[in-house]
Ligand binder design. Structure first.
Ligand SMILES: [Zn+2]
Length: 473
């Protein structure tokens, strides 16, 4: 038996990080061109952990026993009180930089929004409001998780020194990284595109981040800022990012959002039928579905809500990957390619229900294993530069695609692609019906729900969660 109740395992090749590895951020078995989707993933031992019941307002205190860094610290002599003290000290520093620290964010049924969408009294739309979170979006959760981990490792010793932190982003992720890095007294390099907005650049500079502008080369597919980040990481920078493949531990902080929803559901003895998550790089959706999976494993949630990843018609590499994996699973299920094509012609809901059924489990798992070891056949950068009003989810590539695809297949969910009019309409509806001032990226999950409601997919008594992820700036 492992000494720690939390392991870190690569979801691509299956290799576990060595026991007590202080920085298991990337898979050490990854080789250039191996076409394996290496992502270090935190795995909880349900026999030795319970879902936290405590009421601490700071999510990094409340859910600490579900994080790798907590158990690593404990095993190296850091006691529980010292860990809590470390989190609270960092949180005060963040409040000093941003004017607010981390507090569990609101989650509740929005009556006017539920009425406008035609839900019955027993069903409705529950909104998780992240617009008041540190730096105005959920992104700070991912980065606070990383900072806490780095501080624990620095405190207990035994790890190589961590130099400059690095991230590629021009929006909420960069702003959050700059706030959190500043609070931790760490230097940060940010790779931004040529079209980064002036107010964002100025705020990053005021926070002390070192900016590097990256132009798109028409001959090279993929995001130029991401290419620049990868080069910096090869030179030794630490991935202070919101992409699981570059730093698997970034998913941990994001999971607090899903854990908070689980706590609220338990307190109200409520159920949740679906959750709509806007997807760019995919870290948020990966974190949410893993939080729900943890809760099921720990007996805190009866079953997974259907996960719907929402992308824009301007670029939807995740839907493309889901369709390919689903096709492989159907082919294995029925044993021939002709029937697989018939499966691909099923309505999304019928296909999702078929693949989430217990007798399809082995075929789906085999298809996911195949996808994990043939990455380039499932996920590649969108061919054109994606454009949408929801510019926060325009990643060329869904970096955390495999965990999100797995989550959709296992929960009976499926990806939803929304057009620009629906994104505009959802933003107007979301802001006026709830009073929450989210931007178009922030309400993109609601746009996905709007599309499902119009398609007649959602029953009136269903309970659906949407995440308003970022404030309008
Ligand atoms: Zn691996």
């Amino acid at each position: 038996m492992s000494a720690l109740p939390v392991a870190v395992v690569c979801a691509g090749c299956g290799a576990a990080a060595p026991e007590g590895d202080p920085l298991p951020v990337r898979c050490r078995h990854a080789r250039p061109g191996d076409d394996i989707d290496h992502v270090m993933t935190v795995v909880l031992d349900p026999a030795r952990l319970r879902f936290p019941g405590e009421a601490a307002a700071n999510p990094f205190v409340r859910y600490r026993t579900l994080s790798y860094g907590y158990h690593l610290g404990r095993s190296r002599g850091l006691d529980d009180g010292a860990y809590v003290g470390l989190v609270r000290r960092l949180d005060r520093a963040i409040a000093g930089v941003d004017g607010r620290g981390f507090v569990v964010t609101p989650f509740g049924r929005q009556a006017a929004l539920s009425d406008r969408l035609g839900f019955a009294a027993d069903g409705g739309v529950w909104v998780k409001d992240e617009t008041g979170n540190v730096s105005g979006s959920h992104k700070a959760r991912h980065l606070m998780g990383l900072l806490v981990h780095l501080e624990v490792v620095a405190g207990v010793g035994g790890a190589p020194a961590v130099g400059e932190l690095a991230i590629a982003s021009c929006g909420n992720a960069a702003l959050a990284a700059a706030v959190v890095a500043r609070a931790g007294g760490r230097s940060l390099r940010v790779f931004v595109p040529t079209w980064a907005e002036r107010p964002v650049v100025e705020r990053l500079e005021r926070l002390g981040a070192r900016l590097e502008v990256c132009a798109r080369d028409d001959g090279v597919p993929g995001d130029p800022t991401y290419h620049a980040l990868r080069r910096a990481l090869e030179r030794g920078a630490f991935p202070f990012t919101c992409q699981g493949p570059d730093n698997g531990l970034t998913i941990e902080g994001g999971k607090t959002l899903g854990y908070e929803i689980v706590s609220d559901l338990r307190a109200a003895q409520g159920r949740l039928d679906r959750v709509m998550v806007q997807v760019g790089g995919g870290a948020l959706a990966s974190a949410c579905v893993q939080a729900f999976e943890d809760a099921v494993r720990l007996g805190a949630l009866a079953r997974l809500p259907r996960l719907h990843a929402v992308q824009t018609a301007g670029g939807y590499p995740l839907k493309r990957a889901y369709d390919l994996v689903a096709g492989h699973a159907v082919a294995r299920l029925v044993g021939d390619a002709t029937a697989a094509r018939a499966g691909a012609n099923l309505a999304p809901r019928d296909l999702a229900d078929r693949l989430a059924a217990p007798d399809a489990r082995a075929a789906v798992e085999a298809a996911l294993r195949h996808a994990a070891t043939h990455r380039s056949a499932f996920m590649w950068p969108w061919e054109q530069e994606p454009r949408s009003v929801a510019h926060g989810i325009l990643d060329d590539e869904t970096y955390d695609w495999l965990a999100v695809t797995r989550g959709m297949l296992n929960s009976g969910g499926w990806p939803v692609v929304v057009d620009e009019p629906t994104l505009h309409e959802a933003n107007e509806l979301g802001r006026t019906a709830t009073g929450i001032d989210a931007d178009h990226t922030g309400t993109a999950g609601l746009a996905g729900l709007l599309a499902l409601v119009r398609a007649g997919t959602v029953a009136r008594d269903e309970r659906v969660a949407v995440l308003f992820t970022g404030v309008r700036r």
